[in-house]
Ligand binder design. Sequence first.
Ligand SMILES: Cc1ncc(COP(=O)(O)O)c(C=O)c1O
Length: 387
Amino acid sequence: MKEKIWLSSPHMGEKEMIYVQEAFASNWIAPLGPNVNGFEHDLETYLGHNVHVAAMSSGTAALHMALIILGIKTGDEVICQSMTFAASANPIAYQGATPVFVDSEESTWNMSPEYLEEAIQDRIKKGKTPKAIIVVHLYGMPARIDEIMAIARKYGIPVVEDAAEALGSTFNGKAIGTFGDIGILSFNGNKIITTSGGGALVSTNTDYVNKARFLSSQARDAAPHYEHSHIGYNYRMSNVAAGIGRGQMEVLPLRVQQRRSNYQYYKKAFATIEGIEFLEEPGKSYYSNHWLTAILVKNSNFTREDLRLCLNENDIDCRPLWKPMHLQPVFADAPYYGKDTSERLFDIGLCLPSGSNLSITDLERIVSTVSTIYDYVGVPHLIKTSV
Ligand SMILES: Cc1ncc(COP(=O)(O)O)c(C=O)c1O
């Protein structure tokens, strides 16, 4: 049997173990320490634009912190991109608030500015101004963030950028995650860099970042004993995990290059197959880390499911796009604004193996498996629509 090719697996550099060993040698096996400070500093330098960073135990924890800091509470409404991973929306429910979902637009697959404004206006008409907007940069592709920020500012609503998948992406040269009032990152095992599990809260607002550090380490007031005037959380990143993160930061630019080159490889290889379209940067302002190469299958002879099963049966991992939140049973009662863009993308979209550690042999195997699709679906070669 052939070795399995994963969708996106961890890819260590050469320095991670050194930082982790330092944590052991100095006995900083704690949710704070020099690696946490160092990792935060490395992220601040990489992102630029005077941002401050608080390292967290996960991207989900960072999102939850962001909503707490913005004062989201029971009964509030928070606008959220519908097409995303559930972790973008779950923290809204943790706070007892209601998510209001907004459809995607075709060019970036992210939040539609048009439906965002429609949603805001309608919620205001119904008597409730949304308290925050969560916009996501799926698969590393920057959302139409300039338009979204302009709409948010017009109505005075703070923006949380879910940049879990987009570290290394930019819009007009500015790092994704630094546009909103708060941004969040994820270092889960499948992300462009990983700390095995981890996340970060990003903001130019020092009060927000200091508050995140305080609340995420059990909200201990300054006193010799344990004194608490706020509800706290145990959401800080450990010094061991941050050691992995420091090593990963040294290879981040290379990882971006490797993921982008996977995308280029697939694009060239599939150019002759009819009806395979890529999630592409829609203009010069957009620079995607291409965390995952995502395609749409619009071929009359085979479907997305045919292609997914054909790859899976050959031990090649690939996944449908995120199923929109407004279609999820758990959010069935939540308001939704838009039409069927995210639903259509979900029906025909597929994420291809995209790890920065894919070898050329892996890529060749993936492409040659895709090229067997007509045989897989039993379409006679004579009526093949591709070369
Ligand atoms: C879009 C998006 N938001 C949030 C998260 C949550 O991050 P984490 O797994 O670090 O909690 C993820 C990934 O897991 C994600 O892909």
